[in-house]
Ligand binder design. Structure first.
Ligand SMILES: [Zn+2]
Length: 67
């Protein structure tokens, strides 16, 4: 349960606009950018660590070791 910052009215999680004064509730606004940011960071980490799609050529190191 949230409360409107403008009028203090209680707002349910499903409502995007305050039923009392009509002020938009910034719900989900904080969650989505963090998820997207986390995915972007993971992708960058994968690229930096060389685990990207291009790393498949080095997927069989055991074959080269055998003599
Ligand atoms: Zn309100």
């Amino acid at each position: 349960m949230k409360t409107c910052k403008k009028c203090g009215e209680e707002i349910t999680a499903d409502e995007k606009v305050c039923p009392s004064c009509g002020t938009e509730v910034p719900q989900g606004f904080n969650a989505k950018p963090w998820i997207i940011l986390a995915i972007i960071i993971l992708v960058i980490m994968e690229i930096l660590l060389g685990r990207g799609p291009g790393a498949e050529t080095k997927s069989e190191p055991t074959v080269e070791v055998v003599k």
